[in-house]
Design a protein around this ligand. Structure first.
Ligand SMILES: NC(=O)C1=CN([C@@H]2O[C@H](COP(=O)(O)OP(=O)(O)OC[C@H]3O[C@@H](n4cnc5c(N)ncnc54)[C@H](OP(=O)(O)O)[C@@H]3O)[C@@H](O)[C@H]2O)C=CC1
Ligand SMILES: C[C@H]1O[C@H](OP(=O)(O)OP(=O)(O)OC[C@H]2O[C@@H](n3cnc4c(=O)[nH]c(N)nc43)[C@H](O)[C@@H]2O)[C@@H](O)[C@@H](O)C1=O
Length: 311
């Protein structure tokens, strides 16, 4: 019998990349949308998990957005993400679901911690204010998994800490999107409209580590048969980063934009740098395969398939 996996967030970017991965066929996968299973309702979570009792849960659901969405709605980002984690992880624990993989984020590292950010640095300092609510919820889920795995050794609840992600099924609208899809949209529009100036938020000197989402899906299927060996908390990133200016320049090259750039210093910039340490990931025996250029091209091709009303 194949292992039965429940994926939350199966309609999102990470979830869809997991479901599209060739190794998904080796498992029986349940992937309810939020309409079928609203994680904000403890009753629904209990009913669903009691009915289906999966062997593994991959928690990839959340309220997710870029810096501006986080700043505009800190209450939602804190409360919804915390409630989803509390209901899902809490009920899984009550029902003794054996394995759970919680997806956190590099946002939960302290804003002033030295880079590269090691797993041991969680809760060692003040958080970045632009996404503090979201980070607190992610820390809550991460610690809850740690406590459960310690308290009941029959249960193995682990956390992955990905860097920024991008790829197919990303969000491209300027209010909610992360930097990379936002820039693909901006530069594509400039090319289409023959504009010669694109605006960069901030001075462009901040640095980010962006991994192609398909690579995270690949890591998850690498980790599944090795679940017991997976560290309690594991950074999943590339081991290198680029400045925001470099991302704009690379996207411009791939999309054929020849115009200039202007920095808007009134826009939020967030963390100066959040490069995660990938030594434990390397020891675990995996590394990302997609180059930035290849990932941008594939994401751009996906973007061009979207109808205007889906942007
Ligand atoms: N994108 C990124 O850069 C990064 C993401 N992460 C983490 O990865 C995970 C996935 O992110 P990503 O795929 O980008 O996010 P998306 O915004 O693309 O997808 C979010 C998913 O969460 C689901 N969801 C939202 N609210 C609920 C709810 N109340 N009940 C059930 N499901 C709900 C949505 O379902 P529906 O559509 O049916 O409402 C959707 O499937 C998140 O935990 C995120 O924090 C970590 C680091 C970086
Ligand atoms: C992974 C992590 O990602 C989020 O944090 P973030 O990395 O700060 O978010 P971001 O991708 O939106 O921005 C990255 C950088 O890029 C700069 N930037 C330039 N120009 C644009 C631009 O046009 N749009 C955006 N959004 N940013 C821009 C922007 O000023 C910033 O310096 C968390 O909220 C949270 O969601 C989370 O988990």
């Amino acid at each position: 019998m194949p292992e039965k996996i429940l994926i939350t967030g199966g309609t999102g970017m990470v979830g869809k990349n997991i479901l599209e991965h060739p190794k998904a066929q080796d498992y029986e996968i349940l992937h309810p949308s939020s309409k079928e299973l609203n994680l904000l309702s403890k009753e629904q979570v209990k009913e669903y998990l009691t009915k289906y009792h999966p062997d593994v849960i991959i928690h990839a659901a959340g309220l997710v957005g870029g810096i501006q969405a986080n700043m505009a709605n800190p209450v939602g980002f804190l409360v919804q993400n915390l409630d989803m984690a509390r209901n899902l992880i809490g009920v899984a624990y009550e029902l003794k679901i054996p394995k759970l993989l919680n997806i956190a984020s590099s946002c939960m590292y302290p804003r002033r911690a030295a880079n590269p950010l090691k797993e041991s640095m969680i809760l060692t300092g003040e958080l970045e204010p632009t996404n503090e609510g979201y980070a607190l919820a992610k820390i809550f889920g991460t610690r809850l998994c740690e406590y459960i795995s310690k308290e009941d050794t029959q249960l193995s609840y682990k956390t992955l800490i990905p860097c920024n992600l991008y790829g197919k099924f990303d969000k491209f609208d300027p209010k909610n999107s992360h930097m990379l899809p936002a820039v693909i949209r901006k530069i594509d529009q400039a090319v289409q409209q023959q504009n010669n100036e694109v605006e960069i938020w901030g001075d462009g000197e901040s640095r980010r580590e962006f991994m192609y989402s398909e690579d995270l899906a690949d890591f998850i299927f690498y980790a599944m048969p090795r679940f017991e060996k997976l560290p309690q908390n594991l950074n999943v990133g590339l081991g290198f980063d680029y400045s925001i200016n470099e991302y704009y320049a690379t996207i411009a090259k791939i999309l054929g934009y020849k115009g200039g750039f202007k920095h808007d210093l009134s826009k939020p910039v967030g963390m100066k740098r959040k490069l995660i340490d990938n030594s434990a990931l390397k020891n675990f025996g995996w590394q990302a395969k997609t180059s930035l250029e290849e990932g941008i091209l594939k994401t751009y091709q996906y973007y061009k398939t979207l109808e205007n009303d889906k942007l």
